[in-house]
Design a binder for this molecule. Sequence first.
Ligand SMILES: NC(=O)c1ccc[n+]([C@@H]2O[C@H](COP(=O)([O-])OP(=O)(O)OC[C@H]3O[C@@H](n4cnc5c(N)ncnc54)[C@H](OP(=O)(O)O)[C@@H]3O)[C@@H](O)[C@H]2O)c1
Length: 254
Amino acid sequence: MELPRTPSLRLDGRRALVTGAGRGIGLACAAALAQAGAHVVLAARTTSEIDEVAGSIRRDGGTAESITLDITDINAATDAIAGLEAFDILVNNAGTNRPVTFLDVTVEDFDYVVGLNLRAAFFVAQTVARRMVESGKRGSIINVSSDMGLVGGPNRTVYCSTKHGMEGMTKAMAIDLGPHGVRVNTICPTFIETPLARRFLANEAVRSWVLGRIKLGRIGQVEDLMGAVVFLASDASSLMTGSAMVVDGGWAAD
Ligand SMILES: NC(=O)c1ccc[n+]([C@@H]2O[C@H](COP(=O)([O-])OP(=O)(O)OC[C@H]3O[C@@H](n4cnc5c(N)ncnc54)[C@H](OP(=O)(O)O)[C@@H]3O)[C@@H](O)[C@H]2O)c1
């Protein structure tokens, strides 16, 4: 008998855009996609960081280029992205957090976090999706959400608003883009040791709260997300859209 074959996890010949690729989770996603054969375009505001990552990917045998973008400058960023050759893969990753209790959230904090995590992510995805549809690419959009997109957390009303919003946006995008063959999913990581999270984890009370919630008893590392991003980008997940891939060590299990 002819056995069914596992669909390929290779991404040779595909083009990927990764926002926030200068450090942390975005850097690891860019490396993972390049190691799977994709040509990766790295976007962030700090040119020196994305240039360094692109150089390391090339030295490692991959292909990569960088583009300096502030994605909260919606018109400039979307014009720049629309001017590039269409992408097969988007990792919509740039995001931030300003943890503060609900009673103390300012309008400035709210606008800053929503402006990046939701507003900018929405229009980056729209621009990339338009080009995918125009060029007939059956692409994969991966929105980097959080376990805080599934549950609440202390000092995280604004962050949870953005990540729950991203979960809803993903499901609704999947409905609109499904007929075009474009898939949209989220990755929901727990706390991952990155420059952003290290700032919070330096606080012993936060670290022990986090370790108490992660059933596997350890903080995540960026490597924990690399298989998930390649899977969602590849043909191995070709019937998956409107879903969340939860990589949270069991945080949201109870
Ligand atoms: N780390 C965690 O524990 C964790 C857990 C769950 C979800 N997440 C999510 O994962 C994503 C990445 O987090 P991270 O921890 O890797 O963050 P990070 O270490 O702070 O890195 C963020 C990246 O985004 C870029 N960025 C920030 N503002 C930008 C802007 N306006 N335009 C373009 N790029 C911008 C940064 O570069 P520049 O500053 O140079 O622009 C940097 O490359 C976020 O969406 C976050 O919510 C993180």
